[in-house]
Design a protein. Structure first.
Length: 368
């Protein structure tokens, strides 16, 4: 019902717009005739002109619904040479009919005689070329109406095509983003189970605590919103639970320090952003170093951006490798969410690996 109402609104809007255009043509014709008579010094008969010419333009307004309907039906198959020829042919026929009816109405209003052999107002029936001139005058107005409809249709088609392209791009981006988010889960679970398998034999009580913490973490992660953004407070809570598992696993050898400004908790960030960062720090840092290790995470606001600084211990002389899956997935997600409006850098110094990320902190800062 709402869709039908919307379509009726569009039909009436088009009718009123084209009617206004025809009225402007009539006023322009009236003005040009007045200027012509003004230059000759002859008195301009306003009443006679209005009665003689208003039927012609009034009929075009009456014809409008049929004209627009026929033109739209022809253009349904697309804009082509064949459709344009059909429009022109239809226009020539309707122009003859229009001139006949306009002349009849004009003669009635001006008390002039009318016959089918002399149906053009003020024309000599024995003169062919003036008759054609009047038909061409009607045909010209039809062409103006048809051209306006063609331009309008072309604009609508182009606009719809653009909207469909944008929607397709958005759907593809959403699908890719969902795929990336799904890749985090098996990647994280695999690493967690791998660590758990080693704990079962070395320290059963710790393994039991780790299972409980892992179960709680998975439950919390499943409860998180499917929205592309969540409050940072939820993300920090998930990060703390993940590090609880790692502290059970590595004991006193691991020191984790999280610092954040209170106002950052209401900022917005992509879900599961911190956990793969911390997982990367554990896998390529803590697991590779035999002695005490540290992981520090600092979160702060800088203007409209949320900044994340994470650093962790690494071997003093590590083997240089390509960035891991976690970091690569994070970068791809940020590109999909923020396009080029983000910063993602990594830095490797002697015994320390650092990651810096910055992106808009507002909830609605997502590109269209």
């Amino acid at each position: 019902m709402a869709n039908s109402s919307f379509q009726m609104t569009i039909i009436w809007r088009d009718f009123l717009a084209f009617s206004a255009g025809i009225i402007l043509l009539f006023l322009f014709s009236l003005s040009s005739s007045w200027v012509y008579y003004l230059g000759t010094g002859t008195e301009f008969g306003w009443i006679r002109y209005l009665l003689g010419r208003s039927p012609s333009y009034g009929l075009w307004i009456v014809f409008l619904p049929v004209l627009l309907w026929v033109i739209d039906r022809i253009l349904k198959s697309g804009i082509s040479a064949r459709s344009l020829f059909r429009i022109v042919s239809f226009g020539f026929v309707i122009s003859i009919i229009h001139r006949l009816l306009a002349s009849l109405l004009s003669s009635l209003l001006t008390d002039e005689s009318f016959s089918f052999s002399d149906f053009f107002t003020g024309m000599d029936a024995s003169t062919l070329f003036p008759i054609l001139a009047y038909v061409l005058d009607s045909f010209l107005i039809f062409l103006l109406i048809a051209a306006a409809r063609l331009v309008q249709t072309g604009f609508i088609v182009a606009s719809h095509a653009r909207e469909e392209t944008l929607q397709l791009d958005k759907n593809l981006a959403d699908a890719r983003l969902n795929n990336l988010s799904m890749q985090f889960q098996p990647h994280f679970i695999f690493n967690a189970l791998q660590g758990l398998s080693m704990m079962i034999y070395k320290n059963p009580p710790a393994a039991d605590s780790m299972i409980m913490a892992l179960s709680d973490l998975l439950r919390k992660s499943m409860q998180m919103s499917n929205s592309p953004k969540i409050p940072l407070s939820e993300e920090l809570n998930l990060a703390n639970r993940y590090m609880d598992i790692q502290e059970i696993r590595f004991g006193d050898r691991l020191t984790f320090q999280l610092t954040f400004e209170p106002e950052t908790e209401t900022a917005w960030c992509p879900p599961f952003l911190l956990q793969p960062l911390l997982e990367n720090a554990v896998k390529h840092g803590v697991e590779k170093v035999t002695g005490p290790v540290f992981i520090t995470l600092n979160v702060r606001l800088s203007g409209e951006n949320l900044e994340l600084n994470l650093s962790n211990s690494i071997p003093e002389y590590p083997v240089i490798t390509e960035p891991g899956l976690g970091l690569r997935l994070i970068r791809e997600r940020l590109e999909l969410l923020y396009h080029q409006n983000f910063t993602f850098t990594t830095q490797r110094q002697k015994g320390v690996f650092a990651v810096f990320i910055a992106f808009p902190s507002a909830e609605n800062e997502l590109p269209e």
